[in-house]
Design a protein around this ligand. Sequence first.
Ligand code: G16
Length: 543
Amino acid sequence: MSITTVNTTPFPGQRPGTSGLRKKVAVFQQAGYLENFVQSVFDTLGDCGGKTLVLGGDGRFHNRVAVQTILRMAAAHGFARVLVGQGGILSTPAVSCVIRKHGALGGIVLSASHNPGGPDGDFGIKYNIANGGPAPENVTEAIFQRTATIAHYRISDAADIDLNRLGPSRIEQTEVTVIDPVADYAELMERLFDFDAIRQLFAGGFRMCFDGMHAVSGPYAKAIIEGQLGAPAGTVINAVPLEDFGGHHPDPNPVNAAQLIEIMAADNAPDFGAASDGDGDRNMILGRKFDVTPSDSLAVLAAHATLAPGYRAGLKGIARSMPTSRAADRVAEALGIPCFETPTGWKFFGNLLDAGKATLCGEESYGTGSDHIREKDGLWAVLFWLNLLAVTGKSVEQLVSEHWKRFGRNYYSRHDYEAVETEAANELMASLRIKLATLKGQDLGHHVVALADDFDYTDPVDGAVASRQGIRIVMTNGSRVVFRLSGTGTEGATLRVYLERYEPDPAFHQLPTQQALYPLALIAEQVAGIADWTGRAHPTVTT
Ligand code: G16
């Protein structure tokens, strides 16, 4: 075994987006592409002697190759120890959990999350810091700056590690331990939730369907829901992680989890349905013939949090991303705790959680989590719901309808225009920005504009400023239209239009969502000229 220094030249565009560097697999397969990025991460970290690194991914195509490369580079950089998931697999929440539990310096997550996989799909890499959360912007920016000047990387020529065999081995002076991907995570879940009550629920005939979407959370759900909680075999479907996710889009929303939606819409539907995404950090919650929006899910969990053992002491605060509906704000107000509004990106929650300012966090993009780790956590949300269902004896629909009755309903939908020409998308946003100053006070047809701005965020903990994080047009009646360009796509640009209408009156709580939001969709078109700029009369995905 020996360590070689390899000369290299920078690749353009290695700037991490909303959640790490995501590109087509073919881009990552170029000689030196992954190596340059990983060396830039290690250079940013400095001396790693005596330190532990956690490594794993969602099992998508290229995962195993990338894991072996990173192990050889970590050894060349002098890490004392690397903990790697068996088979190269670790869900994103499990990486966060393992970093925290084992006092690691940080971890590398290989995932493009909900983006499709396979040789023609996407790949991604993300660095998480010692608190278990995604690196904040000052770190990702330093990594990017390094990628622009990199001249060489260091790598060991050691043979591949057997990723299937649990236990320690060695590359150079680094101990590489292959760990059970589920064990540490499962132990944490058992401390947070009332597993006895959930076991009794299943023993009483309660039926559930969890869709693993052939992605990373299948093994976790099998071990916990079927194994520890006693749900019947077959409760978890599409449970085996596949390199191409079975050709599907591992994105748990009503469009991509069509099989689960169909199961939950049948007359003999199970009591509860749930799905998670490629890397296990997102979740979708369904009742029988009933969808729960991610924004409502956050609000319902917050309102009932003390029913779960891990949250008995109550919540310190709630945080949500700006485009997420304001349902959680009403719960925070009722509980007398703060509600923080952050830019899109889980990394913005890290400081609030570390400082003890927030306990629960959530995003409209099917992400929910808490201070138990520093990532959003799909299975955690599902277990939280199971805990509530078991303890209250109510159905999903009952819990949500009662919530609306008490707090009012925030109708909510996101309209995505995918793979739009980047220049056109940028111009649409630029022209909207120019209009902002003139919108306030305008009557847009039953809606008068109370606020129109481009969202700026100042982190209340470290004062870091993130500007131009999305255009908000807020009406005097509390309804909103928000425009943003996605930071996770790999093809052209994706325009996201978020529509929200607040309806306090229970007499109007049963409208079809798109109908309830139609006037706001018209306003979005009128203000932004979406069809003209994008050439699209309709969104590609509506969730
Ligand atoms: C990532 C981020 C989330 C964000 C989502 C969508 O999720 O971690 O915070 O809400 O992307 O971001 P965008 O609207 O910029 O595409 P994931 O699950 O893809 O890692």
